[in-house]
Design a protein. Structure first.
Length: 291
């Protein structure tokens, strides 16, 4: 029936594992929970639970290879992926997926964020997530592949074996972009439902900025290797337009002038998300110039 797969890296997953187990057990279905620790300090949180398995990578394999390893280890037809820093706030979360199993080969539940603003040192990730990641099923359905995220989705084992995550990507970020592209090209539809998991693992502002830069490096790698085109990224589309007009580095200079004014509050308080989007463009242009 259902394999619940949780890639783990330096995060405490005890509460989520126990809540997932409680919900699945109450439904009386055949299920398993598999956590894969990617060579981090995370410890087995629930060795006493039935239908639970904890796997340790001896060396760090990265996000894509770890996900593919979880797919291989799963024994059931339906595979539910949850990121380790997700939190289940809906007591019918598992039931909602079970209800839709026959509706699509790939189902995306969405991501939400706490309503109360966190401390200012975590607010950049919170603001960004609320604006660009948290969306209703109806909103996500308007761009079903572009809005796909790997933090909370269900797919059949067959789909994931035929369309594995691209393990050539070593740098953090954008494996969901490639996976969405693979589904689109394979003619596999995505059903978006109203079943969000709460993203509880907010990074500190400076950490999120560095991870964003890593993700842009991954995006540039995919673009350079012709794995994605402008159709899959607004930043790439903007980059090509600027390159065609011969103005990319004039844009870099302009954003750099604004940086002195807006970056301090962005870093300290997570304010000016619109400027964070400009910074992402600047960082991508700088990476492209170096490559």
């Amino acid at each position: 029936m259902l394999s619940i797969l949780i890639p783990v890296y330096e995060y405490e997953v005890s509460l989520m594992v126990k809540e997932v187990h409680r919900q699945a057990s109450s439904l009386g279905i055949d299920f398993e929970i598999i956590c894969l620790n990617d060579a981090s300090f995370s410890k087995n949180p629930a060795s006493e639970l039935s239908n639970f398995k904890w796997i340790e990578n001896k060396t760090n394999l990265g996000r894509a290879k770890s996900r593919n390893k979880l797919v291989s280890a799963a024994m059931h037809r339906n595979l539910l992926f949850l990121d380790a820093d997700m939190q289940l706030t809906n007591p019918e979360f598992i039931q909602n997926y079970i209800t839709h199993l026959d509706a699509s080969l790939v189902i995306c539940g969405g991501i939400s964020y706490q309503k109360k603003p966190p401390m200012t040192g975590l607010r950049l990730r919170w603001n960004y997530g609320n604006i660009y990641e948290s969306a209703t099923a109806l909103e996500r359905s308007k761009e079903p592949y572009g809005s796909f995220m790997t933090g909370n989705f269900l797919a059949t084992k067959e789909v994931l074996e035929n369309h594995p995550f691209d393990d050539t990507l070593i740098i953090y970020g954008h494996e969901d972009t490639l996976f969405g592209k693979a589904l689109l090209e394979g003619g596999i539809s995505i059903l978006h439902i109203e079943n969000p998991a709460l993203h509880a693992g907010l990074e500190e502002n400076d950490v999120f900025i560095e991870k964003t830069k890593e993700g842009l490096g991954s995006l540039l790698q995919m673009y350079t290797e012709k794995k994605i085109t402008r159709d899959y990224s607004r930043i790439i589309k903007t980059f090509e337009l600027l390159k065609k007009s011969g103005t990319p580095y004039l844009v870099v200079l302009s954003i750099s002038l604004l940086e002195k004014l807006f970056y301090p509050k962005l870093l300290a308080q997570g304010k000016h998300i619109w400027f964070f989007q400009l910074l992402k463009l600047k960082w991508f242009l700088e990476l492209a110039r170096k490559s």
